[in-house]
Design a protein around this ligand. Structure first.
Ligand SMILES: Nc1nc2c(c(=O)[nH]1)N[C@H]1C(S)=C(S)[C@@H](COP(=O)(O)O)O[C@H]1N2
Ligand SMILES: [Mo]
Length: 516
């Protein structure tokens, strides 16, 4: 079992060298991540590299990630980065086996690249990058030499001493495990130190103003267990964005400007926005990446200023055709000005479910537009509303192959049952979405049976999804349940399945249920 170690190879086996390299790389990266928390307001080395990747080569990240992971491209990116770090580490480890100085040069090279990425971030403090990445590199080199010492078997001194190889392997394993655990702990600490970024926001002494008009949340009358609540609690609300690190915007210095094809461009600060007449109402928003039956959709009670009011204040020019939202993190999303013609709900929101927006959902302000997918409309960390012609600008996702217009498609989802139920009287239930139009009815089919019409919950208006439920006398065995919705204009949800790209998935949600 000690074949490799005992081959008389004085430099340790290639496999152990590669492992040493991977462990040393992880130690270096987590060391750098840990040190960088001296400035939680700035980037971490890993997030900086990820951001650079997204800004430059990562143009297809969303497509790839949707293909591999379904929806979450940030997870995909982090996993990809870890794989790359591991591969680089393995390479450096093997290089170290032949030449320790060369391995050190390789580490230095990677560190310099990391530093350049770090410095390229607008909110980076230059010396934090130097200190954290230098310490990370030193950690990595130190771990490399510790591990390589332990991966070299003692030279056979005439008579092989039984167990020697094992002892070496044990020493190596112990060191590698200790370092890996330390690296894991360092990563965990740095994540915790930065986790405040994702929820806390400094709202100063401000409190949410009283909305000038409010649409109250009805009691929907659907209490079927397992059906999604009408209002999605903020902590359960889906999150999609390209931000590896959630922008932390200072409410005291934040400004929103309305620019472009307007007669009177202007800029307001947070307090001025809060002073404007506001509305509060529930609106469902959805992600274009939501697969059939998926949960990248939610309904919150949004409070904010109608986009119309801000546009009227600026005086939209006749040539304007597109409203582009720009974010402090350079994300952009654009939709037709004509989308507002039918009094569609479109607000610059600063409140979500009775509180200021959490950082994750766009503090201090974001756009919420009923009936348009988030990628063309729902700009978080909003800093600018820019009016242009339709051809004058393409939002972030458009050049990446996503449709320029993104109306939300009619969808319906079975929330319950999802796997097994007991035989007898039960209920099938879920939600259906056609925001800004509204749902007329939801129909349910069991196996090849008749389509039956479900009862619908009460809604606050056409801007939200609707809960639905229908009784079912479940008989033993396996069953297929399907649902489909019809919107208030009489359009039936599309049966033909299509993928999320380029403009949203279609197909009737079907679940297989085992009845005991
Ligand atoms: N600044 C910024 N805003 C953004 C995005 C983004 O990547 N960056 N993603 C959009 C997309 S694709 C969606 S679906 C919604 C999601 O909003 P939520 O995370 O609050 O659910 O935000 C939109 N606003
Ligand atoms: Mo999205």
């Amino acid at each position: 079992m000690n074949d490799e170690v005992d081959k008389g190879d004085t430099a340790g086996s290639p496999r152990l060298s590669a492992i040493s390299g991977i462990v040393a790389a992880l130690a270096g990266v987590s060391g750098a991540e840990l040190v960088s928390i001296i400035d939680t307001g700035g980037p971490s080395p890993l997030s900086a590299v990820g951001d650079v990747f997204i800004d430059t080569i990562g143009v297809r990240v969303k497509d790839i990630a949707v293909a591999i992971f379904g929806t979450n491209h940030r997870t995909a990116l982090v996993i990809a980065m870890l794989l790359v770090i591991g591969a680089l580490g393995a390479g450096v480890g093997r290089l170290h086996r032949r030449s320790a100085p060369r391995a050190r040069v390789a580490v230095l090279f990677v560190a310099v690249l990391g530093l350049l990425a770090f410095w390229s971030r607008p909110d980076a403090t230059w010396w934090v990058g130097v200190v954290s990445i230098a310490l990370g590199a030193v950690t990595s080199v130190a771990c490399l030499s510790v591990l390589s010492q332990r991966s070299v078997p003692r030279p056979p001194a005439g008579v092989p001493i039984p167990g020697t190889g094992t002892g070496d392997r044990r020493g190596f394993l112990r060191a590698a495990t200790t370092i890996s655990l330390g690296a894991g702990a360092a990563l965990a600490v740095s994540r915790v130190a930065r986790s405040g970024d994702t929820v806390q926001v400094a709202t100063g002494t401000r409190s949410l103003p009283r909305p000038g008009s409010r649409i109250d949340i009805p009691s929907t009358g659907i209490d079927t267990p397992g059906v999604s609540p009408y209002i999605t609690p903020t902590r359960d609300f889906y999150r999609i964005d390209t931000a590896l690190r959630v922008p932390r915007v200072d409410a005291d210095t934040w400004e929103l400007s309305v620019t472009g094809l307007v007669e009177r461009p202007f800029t307001i600060n947070f307090d001025e926005l809060l002073e404007m007449d506001s509305v509060s109402l529930p609106v469902t928003i959805a992600c274009v990446s939501n697969p059939v039956g998926g949960d990248l959709v939610g309904t919150a009670e949004w409070q904010g200023v109608p986009l119309r009011a801000l546009l009227d204040q600026a005086g939209v020019s006749a040539e304007a055709e597109q409203i582009v939202g720009r974010s402090v993190d350079r994300f952009t999303a654009g939709f037709p000005l004509a989308a507002l013609d039918d009094e569609r709900t479109a607000i610059v929101a600063y409140g979500m479910n009775g509180e200021f927006l959490p950082a994750l959902h766009g503090f201090p302000a974001r756009l919420v537009v009923s009936g348009l997918y988030g990628y063309v409309s729902a700009t978080k960390w909003l800093s600018q509303i820019d009016l242009t012609t339709w051809d004058g600008f393409d939002g972030y996702w458009v050049p990446l192959g996503w449709s320029k217009e993104g109306p939300v498609k009619i969808t319906s989802r079975i929330d319950t049952p999802r796997n097994r139920v007991m035989r007898g009287a039960t209920a099938i239930g879920g939600v259906a979405v056609a925001p800004s139009v509204g749902i007329d009815r939801v129909e349910v089919q069991v196996d090849d049976g008749e389509w039956r019409t479900a009862s619908l919950g009460r809604v606050a208006g056409d801007d939200t999804w609707v809960q639905w439920s229908i009784d079912w006398e479940a008989t033993s065995g396996m069953h297929w349940l399907r649902c489909r919705a019809v919107d208030s204009d009489g359009n039936l949800q599309v049966e033909e399945p299509s993928p999320v790209a380029p403009d949203g998935a279609t197909g009737w949600h079907t679940v297989r249920i085992v009845v005991d």
